[in-house]
Design a protein around this ligand. Structure first.
Ligand code: SAM
Length: 331
């Protein structure tokens, strides 16, 4: 199984991304005897072997299902085990196109971190290109090395190195001989990229334009980075901020002027009717009270009847409010 090409059928040992929900993807290395436990049930790894990627499987109890997705850098970014902050797809896709990274490109990336961006670079550069990735934290370097091997990222050349202190020069992994990396693009996701910039001259291409992106969250870092870039001959420097925004779709009532005029006329008519009705109601109540007193109806009984009447009236008003969306009787 490799992130650099697509395979159809799931085999033992393959990486499958179990899609449990939109924000819930679980990486699984298919191992007979093991199972994935989710709130939708338990799914045996054996049941995945021989199925095409993209299949839906049920838990066997019939109440839950998951999808078995083929890994892509985008899906890996949202499912990978985090060791550091990572670069997410909206940023990595923008950076890749701004740096003009294409199939066959040679790229430098540091630090490797959790390897999120490395997967995106590796897929874009393809088998004819190369990704030189550097990480100085040993456990992170070892974990990334393991993952890149398991994910078939054969075009990634990973080095355990402090690039700020020791630069980017590379050696052949088999022969240990130094060679000229001749890279087209550089991506620095480091706390102090200005310390790494002076070391780039010996590894970047000399015969074509080279792009660099320094990924920094705060303006103090940006200022220092720009100073270092200018000092070391980089030109056309720009700062870009990408701010994500969620777009919601909501149902809205469309109000035309004619509708509003109709509504106002209707309200005026109802108010006029209401005033008349209220007058008639007060008069009727007065007469009823006089009649009840003359007939000797007890006070309690008269109060109960009046309360029922008020409640009924209130119910009618509420209904009108529901019909109109507001109370047309209140100015
Ligand atoms: N871009 C990565 C990703 O998408 O997963 C995340 C990189 S993480 C924010 C920064 C990494 O740079 C950390 O793993 C850190 O150990 C490494 N680092 C910091 N300074 C370094 C240096 N001087 N040389 C090499 N690696 C360094």
């Amino acid at each position: 199984m490799s992130f650099l090409e697509h395979k159809t059928i799931i085999k033992e040992g393959d990486l499958v991304l179990a899609f449990i929900g939109r924000d819930n993807l679980k990486p699984i290395y298919v191992t007979p005897g093991q199972a994935v436990n989710t709130r939708y049930g338990t799914f045996a790894h054996e049941s995945m072997i021989g199925l095409p990627y993209g299949s839906q499987i049920t838990s066997g109890k019939g109440y839950g299902f998951i999808y078995l997705l083929h890994p892509t850098p985008e899906l890996w970014t949202i499912s990978l085990p985090h060791r550091t902050q990572i670069v997410y797809t909206p940023d990595s896709s923008y950076i890749i196109q701004r740096l003009n990274v294409i199939s066959g490109s040679k790229v430098i990336e540091s630090g490797t971190g959790s390897g999120s961006f490395t997967h995106a670079f590796a897929r874009t550069c393809g088998s004819k290109g190369k990704v030189f990735s550097y990480e100085f934290h040993e456990p992170r370097y070892l974990q990334a090395k393991n993952e890149f091997e398991g994910h078939g990222l054969t075009n990634v050349h990973l080095t355990h190195r402090d690039v700020c202190a020791n630069g980017f020069d590379v050696k052949d992994l088999q022969t240990d001989e130094p060679f000229y990396a001749d890279v087209d693009a550089v991506f620095l996701d480091l706390p102090s990229p200005w310390e790494a910039i002076p070391h780039l001259q010996s590894v970047i291409a000399k015969d074509r334009a080279v792009g660099i992106c320094c990924f920094s969250p705060c303006i103090e870092q940006v200022t220092k980075t720009i100073e270092a870039l200018q000092k070391h001959g980089w030109i056309d420097i720009e700062m870009t901020e990408i701010a994500g925004k969620k777009w919601d779709s909501r149902k809205e009532m469309i109000r035309e002027v004619d509708d509003a005029v109709e509504r106002l006329k209707d309200i005026q008519k109802r108010q006029a009717e209401g005033i008349e009705k209220k007058k008639a109601w007060i008069e009727m109540n007065k007469k009823q009270k006089e009649k009840d007193v003359a007939n000797g109806v007890p006070l309690d009984e008269r109060k109960r009847a009046a309360q029922e009447h008020i409640a009924e009236n209130k119910r009618k008003k509420q209904q009108t409010e529901r019909d109109y969306g507001f109370n047309p009787w209140v100015n």
